[in-house]
Design a protein around this ligand. Structure first.
Ligand SMILES: [Zn+2]
Length: 387
Protein backbone atom coordinates (compact mmCIF):
# COMPACT_ATOMS: atom_id res chain seq x y z
CA UNK A 1 0.00 0.00 0.00
CA UNK A 2 1.57 3.38 -1.00
CA UNK A 3 2.06 5.77 1.86
CA UNK A 4 2.16 9.55 1.84
CA UNK A 5 4.46 11.37 4.24
CA UNK A 6 3.53 15.02 4.77
CA UNK A 7 6.30 17.33 5.94
CA UNK A 8 4.74 20.54 7.24
CA UNK A 9 5.55 23.76 9.06
CA UNK A 10 3.50 22.55 12.03
CA UNK A 11 0.74 20.12 12.93
CA UNK A 12 -2.04 21.15 15.30
CA UNK A 13 -5.17 19.56 16.73
CA UNK A 14 -7.41 20.06 19.80
CA UNK A 15 -4.41 19.27 22.05
CA UNK A 16 -2.42 22.20 20.61
CA UNK A 17 0.78 22.17 18.55
CA UNK A 18 1.74 18.52 18.21
CA UNK A 19 5.00 19.24 16.35
CA UNK A 20 6.67 22.17 14.62
CA UNK A 21 7.98 21.30 12.10
CA UNK A 22 5.53 18.44 11.83
CA UNK A 23 5.04 15.25 9.87
CA UNK A 24 2.08 12.97 9.21
CA UNK A 25 2.34 9.52 7.68
CA UNK A 26 -0.83 8.53 5.81
CA UNK A 27 -1.95 5.29 4.25
CA UNK A 28 -5.13 5.97 2.30
CA UNK A 29 -7.47 7.69 4.79
CA UNK A 30 -5.59 6.44 7.84
CA UNK A 31 -3.06 8.33 9.91
CA UNK A 32 -0.30 5.85 10.72
CA UNK A 33 1.77 8.33 12.72
CA UNK A 34 1.93 12.06 13.48
CA UNK A 35 4.87 13.80 15.11
CA UNK A 36 8.17 15.44 14.20
CA UNK A 37 9.91 14.54 10.92
CA UNK A 38 12.69 12.95 13.02
CA UNK A 39 10.26 10.74 14.94
CA UNK A 40 8.71 9.43 11.74
CA UNK A 41 11.90 9.24 9.67
CA UNK A 42 11.67 7.89 6.10
CA UNK A 43 9.47 4.79 6.07
CA UNK A 44 9.69 2.52 3.02
CA UNK A 45 7.16 3.08 0.21
CA UNK A 46 6.41 6.61 1.45
CA UNK A 47 6.39 9.50 -0.99
CA UNK A 48 7.12 12.83 0.71
CA UNK A 49 4.92 15.88 0.17
CA UNK A 50 6.31 19.18 1.45
CA UNK A 51 3.58 21.55 2.72
CA UNK A 52 4.81 24.89 4.01
CA UNK A 53 1.66 25.38 6.01
CA UNK A 54 0.04 24.44 9.32
CA UNK A 55 -1.87 21.18 9.00
CA UNK A 56 -4.90 20.36 11.13
CA UNK A 57 -7.80 17.91 11.03
CA UNK A 58 -11.03 19.05 9.37
CA UNK A 59 -13.95 20.48 11.34
CA UNK A 60 -17.42 19.46 12.51
CA UNK A 61 -20.58 21.53 12.08
CA UNK A 62 -23.32 20.22 14.36
CA UNK A 63 -26.14 22.49 13.23
CA UNK A 64 -26.83 23.84 9.77
CA UNK A 65 -29.66 23.96 7.25
CA UNK A 66 -28.14 23.17 3.87
CA UNK A 67 -31.52 23.43 2.11
CA UNK A 68 -31.54 27.16 2.96
CA UNK A 69 -28.32 27.81 1.02
CA UNK A 70 -29.87 28.90 -2.27
CA UNK A 71 -30.65 32.54 -1.43
CA UNK A 72 -27.15 33.51 -0.29
CA UNK A 73 -26.73 35.73 2.76
CA UNK A 74 -29.58 38.02 3.80
CA UNK A 75 -29.35 41.24 5.85
CA UNK A 76 -30.66 40.90 9.42
CA UNK A 77 -34.39 41.63 9.88
CA UNK A 78 -35.96 43.70 12.63
CA UNK A 79 -36.88 40.54 14.57
CA UNK A 80 -36.68 36.76 14.51
CA UNK A 81 -40.39 36.69 13.66
CA UNK A 82 -40.10 38.94 10.62
CA UNK A 83 -37.07 36.89 9.49
CA UNK A 84 -39.10 33.67 9.54
CA UNK A 85 -42.06 35.31 7.79
CA UNK A 86 -40.18 37.37 5.21
CA UNK A 87 -37.10 35.25 4.50
CA UNK A 88 -37.55 31.59 5.43
CA UNK A 89 -41.16 30.94 4.45
CA UNK A 90 -40.79 32.16 0.85
CA UNK A 91 -37.73 29.87 0.48
CA UNK A 92 -39.64 26.91 1.91
CA UNK A 93 -42.40 27.47 -0.68
CA UNK A 94 -39.92 27.27 -3.58
CA UNK A 95 -39.68 23.49 -3.42
CA UNK A 96 -38.30 23.25 -6.97
CA UNK A 97 -35.07 24.85 -5.77
CA UNK A 98 -34.35 22.44 -2.91
CA UNK A 99 -31.90 20.26 -4.79
CA UNK A 100 -29.90 23.24 -6.05
CA UNK A 101 -29.82 24.77 -2.57
CA UNK A 102 -28.62 21.60 -0.89
CA UNK A 103 -25.89 20.98 -3.48
CA UNK A 104 -24.79 24.59 -3.08
CA UNK A 105 -24.71 24.13 0.70
CA UNK A 106 -22.62 20.96 0.46
CA UNK A 107 -20.06 22.78 -1.67
CA UNK A 108 -19.95 25.77 0.71
CA UNK A 109 -19.43 23.47 3.71
CA UNK A 110 -16.51 21.80 2.00
CA UNK A 111 -15.00 25.19 1.09
CA UNK A 112 -15.19 26.00 4.80
CA UNK A 113 -13.12 22.97 5.85
CA UNK A 114 -15.94 20.84 7.22
CA UNK A 115 -16.09 17.07 6.79
CA UNK A 116 -18.69 16.05 9.39
CA UNK A 117 -22.09 17.69 9.58
CA UNK A 118 -25.40 17.59 11.40
CA UNK A 119 -27.89 18.90 8.85
CA UNK A 120 -31.47 19.90 9.54
CA UNK A 121 -33.42 18.92 6.43
CA UNK A 122 -36.87 20.21 5.61
CA UNK A 123 -37.55 17.16 3.43
CA UNK A 124 -36.31 13.59 2.97
CA UNK A 125 -35.23 14.58 -0.54
CA UNK A 126 -32.85 17.19 0.90
CA UNK A 127 -31.58 14.77 3.55
CA UNK A 128 -30.80 12.10 0.96
CA UNK A 129 -28.72 14.53 -1.10
CA UNK A 130 -26.66 15.33 1.99
CA UNK A 131 -26.27 11.66 2.88
CA UNK A 132 -25.14 10.84 -0.67
CA UNK A 133 -22.44 13.54 -0.59
CA UNK A 134 -18.81 13.09 0.47
CA UNK A 135 -19.67 14.54 3.90
CA UNK A 136 -19.97 12.30 6.93
CA UNK A 137 -23.51 13.45 7.58
CA UNK A 138 -26.19 12.94 10.18
CA UNK A 139 -29.45 14.28 8.80
CA UNK A 140 -32.32 15.37 11.00
CA UNK A 141 -35.76 15.66 9.40
CA UNK A 142 -37.49 18.79 10.66
CA UNK A 143 -40.82 18.14 12.39
CA UNK A 144 -43.65 20.55 13.14
CA UNK A 145 -46.68 19.52 15.17
CA UNK A 146 -48.62 20.89 18.12
CA UNK A 147 -51.97 20.10 19.67
CA UNK A 148 -54.04 17.69 17.60
CA UNK A 149 -51.55 17.74 14.73
CA UNK A 150 -49.02 15.93 16.95
CA UNK A 151 -50.60 12.59 16.06
CA UNK A 152 -49.66 12.98 12.41
CA UNK A 153 -46.17 14.09 13.41
CA UNK A 154 -45.68 11.07 15.68
CA UNK A 155 -46.73 8.79 12.80
CA UNK A 156 -44.25 10.60 10.55
CA UNK A 157 -41.43 9.72 12.97
CA UNK A 158 -42.57 6.10 13.14
CA UNK A 159 -42.68 5.78 9.35
CA UNK A 160 -39.42 7.53 8.50
CA UNK A 161 -36.79 5.35 6.85
CA UNK A 162 -34.19 4.17 9.32
CA UNK A 163 -31.31 6.33 8.07
CA UNK A 164 -32.84 9.62 9.19
CA UNK A 165 -32.58 11.42 12.50
CA UNK A 166 -35.36 13.74 13.65
CA UNK A 167 -35.60 17.35 14.71
CA UNK A 168 -38.64 18.39 16.71
CA UNK A 169 -38.22 21.95 15.48
CA UNK A 170 -38.65 23.85 18.76
CA UNK A 171 -40.73 24.11 21.94
CA UNK A 172 -43.15 26.49 20.21
CA UNK A 173 -43.66 24.40 17.08
CA UNK A 174 -43.76 20.89 18.55
CA UNK A 175 -45.82 19.51 21.41
CA UNK A 176 -44.62 17.21 24.19
CA UNK A 177 -45.77 14.06 22.39
CA UNK A 178 -43.56 14.85 19.42
CA UNK A 179 -40.53 15.33 21.67
CA UNK A 180 -41.37 12.12 23.56
CA UNK A 181 -41.65 10.12 20.35
CA UNK A 182 -38.39 11.57 19.03
CA UNK A 183 -36.51 10.62 22.19
CA UNK A 184 -37.90 7.10 22.27
CA UNK A 185 -37.39 6.50 18.54
CA UNK A 186 -33.76 5.37 18.81
CA UNK A 187 -32.88 7.91 16.12
CA UNK A 188 -30.41 10.80 16.40
CA UNK A 189 -32.34 13.78 17.83
CA UNK A 190 -31.74 17.52 17.42
CA UNK A 191 -33.82 20.63 18.13
CA UNK A 192 -33.74 24.39 18.49
CA UNK A 193 -33.92 25.28 22.19
CA UNK A 194 -33.99 28.44 24.32
CA UNK A 195 -33.23 30.47 21.22
CA UNK A 196 -35.35 33.52 22.10
CA UNK A 197 -36.87 35.02 25.24
CA UNK A 198 -40.25 34.80 23.51
CA UNK A 199 -39.85 31.03 23.25
CA UNK A 200 -39.03 30.77 26.98
CA UNK A 201 -42.07 32.89 27.85
CA UNK A 202 -44.27 30.83 25.54
CA UNK A 203 -43.14 27.51 27.04
CA UNK A 204 -43.67 28.73 30.60
CA UNK A 205 -46.99 30.56 30.17
CA UNK A 206 -48.11 30.26 26.56
CA UNK A 207 -48.20 34.02 26.32
CA UNK A 208 -46.19 36.87 24.83
CA UNK A 209 -45.22 37.76 21.30
CA UNK A 210 -44.86 34.12 20.21
CA UNK A 211 -48.61 33.71 20.58
CA UNK A 212 -49.37 36.45 18.04
CA UNK A 213 -46.68 35.06 15.71
CA UNK A 214 -48.18 31.56 15.77
CA UNK A 215 -51.63 32.99 15.13
CA UNK A 216 -50.35 34.97 12.12
CA UNK A 217 -48.69 31.81 10.81
CA UNK A 218 -51.89 29.78 11.17
CA UNK A 219 -50.01 27.51 13.59
CA UNK A 220 -51.92 28.38 16.75
CA UNK A 221 -53.55 25.37 18.35
CA UNK A 222 -56.25 26.04 20.95
CA UNK A 223 -55.81 22.58 22.49
CA UNK A 224 -52.08 23.01 23.19
CA UNK A 225 -51.20 23.74 26.83
CA UNK A 226 -48.40 25.80 28.40
CA UNK A 227 -45.47 23.65 29.53
CA UNK A 228 -45.33 25.58 32.80
CA UNK A 229 -41.56 25.54 33.01
CA UNK A 230 -38.40 26.69 31.23
CA UNK A 231 -38.15 24.76 27.94
CA UNK A 232 -34.65 23.46 28.80
CA UNK A 233 -36.00 21.79 31.96
CA UNK A 234 -38.97 20.29 30.14
CA UNK A 235 -36.87 18.93 27.27
CA UNK A 236 -34.18 17.53 29.59
CA UNK A 237 -36.86 15.77 31.63
CA UNK A 238 -38.22 14.17 28.47
CA UNK A 239 -34.78 13.29 27.09
CA UNK A 240 -33.61 11.41 30.18
CA UNK A 241 -30.42 9.61 29.17
CA UNK A 242 -31.02 9.93 25.44
CA UNK A 243 -28.28 11.91 23.68
CA UNK A 244 -29.40 14.91 21.64
CA UNK A 245 -28.14 18.13 20.10
CA UNK A 246 -29.79 21.42 21.05
CA UNK A 247 -29.06 24.46 18.93
CA UNK A 248 -28.54 27.89 20.43
CA UNK A 249 -29.39 27.93 24.17
CA UNK A 250 -29.08 31.70 24.07
CA UNK A 251 -31.19 32.02 27.24
CA UNK A 252 -30.33 29.73 30.14
CA UNK A 253 -30.71 30.12 33.89
CA UNK A 254 -27.96 29.48 36.46
CA UNK A 255 -29.30 26.07 37.47
CA UNK A 256 -29.12 24.88 33.88
CA UNK A 257 -25.33 24.80 33.89
CA UNK A 258 -25.26 21.86 36.29
CA UNK A 259 -28.30 20.19 34.72
CA UNK A 260 -26.84 20.40 31.24
CA UNK A 261 -23.46 19.13 32.44
CA UNK A 262 -25.15 16.05 33.92
CA UNK A 263 -27.22 15.45 30.78
CA UNK A 264 -26.44 13.83 27.44
CA UNK A 265 -27.37 17.01 25.59
CA UNK A 266 -24.75 18.70 23.42
CA UNK A 267 -25.18 22.39 22.78
CA UNK A 268 -24.74 23.50 19.17
CA UNK A 269 -23.71 27.09 19.72
CA UNK A 270 -24.02 29.13 16.51
CA UNK A 271 -22.08 32.31 17.40
CA UNK A 272 -22.66 34.36 14.27
CA UNK A 273 -26.32 33.38 14.01
CA UNK A 274 -26.84 34.44 17.64
CA UNK A 275 -25.20 37.79 16.92
CA UNK A 276 -27.22 38.18 13.70
CA UNK A 277 -30.44 38.03 15.72
CA UNK A 278 -29.08 40.43 18.34
CA UNK A 279 -28.64 37.93 21.17
CA UNK A 280 -25.84 38.87 23.54
CA UNK A 281 -24.13 37.35 26.55
CA UNK A 282 -24.19 33.69 25.50
CA UNK A 283 -22.82 31.68 28.42
CA UNK A 284 -20.77 29.22 26.39
CA UNK A 285 -17.59 29.70 28.43
CA UNK A 286 -19.44 29.13 31.69
CA UNK A 287 -21.00 26.06 30.10
CA UNK A 288 -17.58 24.64 29.24
CA UNK A 289 -16.30 25.36 32.76
CA UNK A 290 -19.32 23.56 34.22
CA UNK A 291 -18.66 20.52 32.01
CA UNK A 292 -21.43 21.06 29.45
CA UNK A 293 -20.74 19.59 26.01
CA UNK A 294 -20.56 22.59 23.68
CA UNK A 295 -20.04 22.18 19.94
CA UNK A 296 -20.21 24.62 17.03
CA UNK A 297 -22.93 25.08 14.46
CA UNK A 298 -23.30 27.73 11.79
CA UNK A 299 -27.07 27.67 11.35
CA UNK A 300 -28.04 28.53 7.76
CA UNK A 301 -26.05 30.52 5.21
CA UNK A 302 -28.76 33.20 5.45
CA UNK A 303 -27.39 34.38 8.84
CA UNK A 304 -23.72 34.41 7.94
CA UNK A 305 -21.35 37.13 6.73
CA UNK A 306 -19.41 34.84 4.37
CA UNK A 307 -21.38 34.22 1.14
CA UNK A 308 -18.70 31.94 -0.31
CA UNK A 309 -18.55 29.37 2.51
CA UNK A 310 -20.30 27.84 5.51
CA UNK A 311 -17.45 27.47 7.96
CA UNK A 312 -16.96 26.48 11.58
CA UNK A 313 -13.52 28.10 11.32
CA UNK A 314 -15.18 31.50 10.87
CA UNK A 315 -17.24 30.84 14.01
CA UNK A 316 -14.09 30.02 16.00
CA UNK A 317 -12.32 33.13 14.71
CA UNK A 318 -15.36 35.23 15.60
CA UNK A 319 -15.31 33.92 19.19
CA UNK A 320 -11.54 34.29 19.43
CA UNK A 321 -11.75 37.99 18.54
CA UNK A 322 -14.83 38.72 20.63
CA UNK A 323 -14.38 36.69 23.81
CA UNK A 324 -10.60 36.01 24.08
CA UNK A 325 -11.09 32.35 25.04
CA UNK A 326 -8.58 29.52 25.41
CA UNK A 327 -7.76 28.58 21.79
CA UNK A 328 -7.77 24.89 22.72
CA UNK A 329 -11.37 25.17 23.92
CA UNK A 330 -12.25 26.54 20.49
CA UNK A 331 -10.54 23.70 18.64
CA UNK A 332 -12.20 21.10 20.88
CA UNK A 333 -15.63 22.64 20.25
CA UNK A 334 -15.01 22.72 16.51
CA UNK A 335 -13.78 19.14 16.25
CA UNK A 336 -14.05 16.44 18.94
CA UNK A 337 -17.11 17.77 20.78
CA UNK A 338 -19.04 17.91 17.51
CA UNK A 339 -17.90 14.46 16.39
CA UNK A 340 -19.08 12.90 19.65
CA UNK A 341 -22.41 14.71 19.44
CA UNK A 342 -23.00 13.26 15.98
CA UNK A 343 -22.02 9.75 17.07
CA UNK A 344 -18.73 9.76 15.16
CA UNK A 345 -15.34 8.62 16.37
CA UNK A 346 -13.41 11.61 17.74
CA UNK A 347 -10.20 10.39 16.11
CA UNK A 348 -11.66 11.31 12.70
CA UNK A 349 -10.98 14.94 13.57
CA UNK A 350 -7.72 14.60 15.53
CA UNK A 351 -4.16 13.68 14.59
CA UNK A 352 -4.31 10.46 16.60
CA UNK A 353 -3.65 7.30 14.63
CA UNK A 354 -6.66 5.95 12.79
CA UNK A 355 -8.99 7.02 10.03
CA UNK A 356 -9.10 10.75 9.32
CA UNK A 357 -12.10 12.66 7.98
CA UNK A 358 -9.70 15.01 6.19
CA UNK A 359 -6.74 17.33 6.70
CA UNK A 360 -6.47 21.08 6.14
CA UNK A 361 -3.51 23.40 5.53
CA UNK A 362 -3.57 26.92 7.02
CA UNK A 363 -1.30 29.80 6.04
CA UNK A 364 1.70 30.58 8.24
CA UNK A 365 1.69 34.05 9.76
CA UNK A 366 4.67 33.56 12.08
CA UNK A 367 4.60 33.12 15.84
CA UNK A 368 2.34 30.48 17.37
CA UNK A 369 0.91 28.05 14.78
CA UNK A 370 -2.11 27.57 17.03
CA UNK A 371 -2.88 31.29 17.05
CA UNK A 372 -2.16 31.59 13.30
CA UNK A 373 -5.20 29.38 12.64
CA UNK A 374 -7.43 31.78 14.57
CA UNK A 375 -5.78 35.02 13.49
CA UNK A 376 -5.71 34.33 9.76
CA UNK A 377 -8.50 35.64 7.52
CA UNK A 378 -7.81 33.01 4.86
CA UNK A 379 -9.65 29.73 4.52
CA UNK A 380 -7.39 26.67 4.61
CA UNK A 381 -6.85 24.34 1.64
CA UNK A 382 -7.67 20.67 1.78
CA UNK A 383 -4.57 18.50 1.74
CA UNK A 384 -6.41 15.26 2.24
CA UNK A 385 -10.11 14.91 1.56
CA UNK A 386 -12.24 11.93 2.46
CA UNK A 387 -14.05 10.86 -0.70
ZN1 LIG B 1 -31.32 26.24 13.02
Amino acid sequence: MPRNLLHTTAIVDYRGVIASPGAILLEDDTIIQAGTPQEIGRPENASVTQIDKIVTPSFVNTHTHLDLSGAGIVPACSSFFSWVEEVVLPIRKETALIQESVLQGIELLSKGGTSIVGDISGTQEAAMLVQDSSLLATTFIELLGTGTSQKECVEQIQQLPEQFGVEPHSPYSCGLNVFKEAFSSGRPVAMHLAETLEEVEYAKNRSGEMTAFLQRMGAWNEDEKAWGNHPIDVVLNLAGDTPCIAAHLNYIEDAHLQRLAESKMTVAYCPRASAYFGHTGHRWQEMLEAGVHVSIGTDSLLCLDTPDRISVIDELRFLYKRDCPDPLDLLSMGTIHGATALGKDQSLVTLHTGETAGLLAFEVLGGSPLLNILESNEMPEWVHHLI
